[in-house]
Design a protein around this ligand. Structure first.
Ligand SMILES: Cc1cc2nc3c(=O)[nH]c(=O)nc-3n(C[C@H](O)[C@H](O)[C@H](O)COP(=O)(O)OP(=O)(O)OC[C@H]3O[C@@H](n4cnc5c(N)ncnc54)[C@H](O)[C@@H]3O)c2cc1C
Ligand code: SF4
Ligand code: SF4
Length: 432
């Protein structure tokens, strides 16, 4: 079925088109390569890699890469002999192929989203922190993601989680997909890295360890894969994922940013870095207790290619999505999306492992989430199926209030500064 709707307002051609898939699913690597991998839609999430039953899709981990590629020479890079024979697993897994957005919405929520639901379908937005001080302080913001993983392990919902750690002793700051099965492993991998970690790639290790019930932690590009796989009936690959935790995200940076910007211009060597955060500026704390700020404008040149056209800021297909925007620096902004997400949060509140405030205590954070969601949605190209471009008209522009100087306040401590914060001019810099 093809439905063509008129573009909003007086927007010129090309008209967006809205095509839903119907009939038998026959799409294979050839179409994935032509429509996603070579058009810039591919985010490098790696869902196609772990889904391939013939193990013929590799993944480019190196700087400038973060993309899948075909390992067999027989038909060249753009075609697959197994696809020719009827294998369709990679396109069933891909959360950027064809009508991925309404497919995931329908599967998770049983309905299409309304145009006004600019940050995705949500039951509730809350401000949450882990009650345990150690968990709270180890986490990037409120430590909620770590608290959830620990609670899900304790309660038997999961026996492992696909997360991101750092390779080796951490001094290279190279993010690495990892499996966490204990509280210690969860806490060892807490905090945010702003380079890409394709956490799905830890899936095979989890299965080899005999783990059957997994949580996935990842940005929207990764957490949309699970409902897409389930809806497109990929089979056993999708079954172990029982809980999806999303991370709000505007972009990730190529690993080259460490040498080519932080070191070359600011003299900050990767091995000296203790913690990073983004709040209007790129904040870096070093082991000698120094604090550095790098303007986001200078970082844009190192934006990963896979993020340039990504329309999903708010991790819209997770059970629970989490972010650092808002005035409560020690809380995680928490979007509860699914029934399962609500069940988990409700039980965690009852068990006393998290403390919660209503998000209405920080209306600016909610407005900023919508604003950043709009910025991301505007990146989706006109040449692709138009669902992610559906948005209400932008709110009327307000007169600008004078923004405080970036260095007006005291030096922030590493544990108390999240991304976002009050909307400022600097937030506009999140745009690539
Ligand atoms: C690349 C990136 C960009 C982000 N951008 C924004 C933003 O623009 N605005 C915003 O409000 N929030 C953003 N966040 C989310 C924010 O930084 C926190 O992750 C979120 O608020 C949860 O905090 P917490 O204390 O509850 O999580 P924690 O308890 O600290 O747990 C964080 C979890 O994230 C995983 N993780 C860390 N780095 C990565 C990575 N690179 N890839 C995949 N998983 C990872 C860890 O393994 C851990 O399980 C971003 C996060 C990341 C990783
Ligand atoms: S977006 Fe993910 S699933 Fe799709 S082609 Fe890229 S790596 Fe594969
Ligand atoms: S902007 Fe974030 S969610 Fe989107 S592709 Fe990049 S890393 Fe993934």
């Amino acid at each position: 079925m093809t439905v063509t709707e008129a573009p909003a307002g007086d927007a010129p051609a090309p008209e967006p088109y809205f095509t839903r898939e119907a009939g038998r699913w026959t799409h294979q690597w050839k179409e994935l390569y032509e429509e996603v991998i070579t058009t810039g839609l591919c985010t490098g999430c790696s869902a196609c890699v772990i889904s391939c039953p013939h193990d013929v899709i590799g993944y480019e981990h190196q700087e400038g890469g973060y993309k899948p590629f075909h390992l067999e020479d027989e038909l060249g890079a753009s075609d697959c002999i197994h696809g020719q024979k009827g294998c369709t697993s990679c396109t069933r897994a891909c959360p950027r192929f064809r009508d991925w957005e309404p497919t995931a919405d329908e599967h998770l929520f049983g309905r299409d989203r309304e145009t006004e639901e600019i940050h995705g379908i949500a039951e509730q937005v809350l401000l949450v922190r882990a009650s345990d001080d150690h968990v709270h302080q180890t986490g990037q913001d409120g430590g909620l993601v770590s608290a959830i993983l620990i609670w899900l392990l304790d309660e038997g919902y999961i026996d492992g989680a696909l997360v991101s750690g750092l390779e080796g002793d951490g001094s290279t700051w190279k993010a690495k997909p990892m499996v966490a099965t204990t509280k210690d492993e969860v806490l060892a991998t807490a905090g945010s890295r702003y380079t890409y970690s394709a956490n799905w790639l830890a899936y095979d290790e989890a299965r080899e360890k005999g783990l059957e019930n997994l949580a996935l932690v990842g940005m929207g590009c990764q957490t949309s894969a699970s409902p897409v796989m389930w809806a497109r009936k990929i089979g056993k690959v999708g079954k172990p994922i029982k809980f999806n935790i999303g991370l709000l995200c505007s972009k990730t940076f190529d690993d080259r940013i460490f040498d080519e910007l932080f070191d070359a211009k600011y003299g900050i060597k990767r091995e000296t870095i203790k913690k990073m955060n983004i709040k209007g500026v790129f904040q870096i704390w070093t082991h000698d207790d120094e604090y550095h700020e790098v303007p986001l404008k200078e970082c844009h040149a190192w934006t990963r290619e896979g993020c340039m056209q990504c329309p999903d800021f708010a991790a819209e297909h997770a059970d629970i999505s989490t972010g650092g925007i808002g005035k409560f620096n020690d809380h995680t902004l928490t979007v509860v999306r699914t029934e399962l997400g609500r069940e988990v949060i409700t039980r965690m509140i009852k068990a006393g492992v998290i403390e919660v405030k209503p998000a209405e205590e920080d209306p600016a954070a909610l407005a900023l989430m919508d604003r950043l969601s709009r910025v991301s949605r505007n990146r989706w190209p006109d040449t692709a199926i138009g669902f992610p471009k559906r948005m209400p008209p932008p709110p009327p522009k307000k007169k600008k209030a004078a923004a405080p100087a970036a260095d007006a306040g005291p030096k922030p401590a590493p544990s108390d500064q999240p991304e976002g914060g009050e909307p400022t001019k600097a937030d506009a810099d999140l745009k690539p």
